[in-house]
Design a binder for this molecule. Structure first.
Ligand code: SF4
Length: 134
C-alpha cells in the first residue's frame, strides 16, 4: 500500500486586503502590513521594504491585534458617577466629554493659559492629544 503524504497548507490566505502602515506599539514605528478580512484585522506582519525594520517585528507588534480587538478597549468617553476609586462610570458622548473639559479649562484660558501644563508621556496618541490641546 502506497504511503499517502498529507498536504498541509503552510501559508493559508488570511485576508482579502492588505493595508500598509506603521506599528504604534512603541515609538520605533516599524513598517507593517495589516491583513484585513471582512473589515477586521486578522494578522500583522512586517513590511520587508520598510527602512526601519526590514520586515522584522517584535512580539509586541504581533500582539497589536489584541489591543485593537480587546473587549476592554474603550469606545466612548467614560464619566465617573460614583466616589473616586469606586470604579463606577457611565458612557457619555464625545460632545459631552469635550464640553465638560472645556468648562473645566475655560477658567484657565480666560485668566492665564500659562497655568496649564500638558504632558502626554510617550507619543502613542498624539493625534488625539494634539486635537484636544487646540
Ligand atoms: S514592531 Fe516592536 S520595535 Fe517595532 S514599532 Fe512595533 S513594538 Fe516597536
Amino acid at each position: 500500500m502506497a504511503h499517502q503524504q498529507e498536504q498541509i497548507d503552510l501559508s493559508p490566505k488570511v485576508s482579502d486586503e492588505v493595508k500598509f502602515s506603521t506599528c504604534y506599539m512603541c515609538a520605533c514605528r516599524c513598517g507593517i502590513k495589516v491583513h484585513v478580512r471582512d473589515g477586521q484585522v486578522r494578522y500583522i506582519e512586517g513590511n520587508p521594504n520598510h527602512p526601519v525594520n526590514g520586515g522584522v517585528l517584535c512580539g509586541k507588534s504581533s500582539a497589536g491585534i489584541m489591543q485593537h480587538l480587546s473587549p476592554a478597549r474603550l469606545s466612548k468617553p467614560l464619566k465617573r458617577t460614583g466616589p473616586r476609586g469606586s470604579g463606577e462610570f457611565e458612557e457619555i458622548s464625545w460632545e459631552e466629554a469635550l464640553q465638560t473639559a472645556t468648562c473645566w479649562l475655560s477658567n484657565i484660558r480666560d485668566s492665564d493659559p500659562r497655568k496649564l501644563a500638558f504632558f502626554t508621556g510617550r507619543d502613542q496618541s498624539q493625534s488625539l492629544t494634539g486635537f484636544w490641546a487646540t
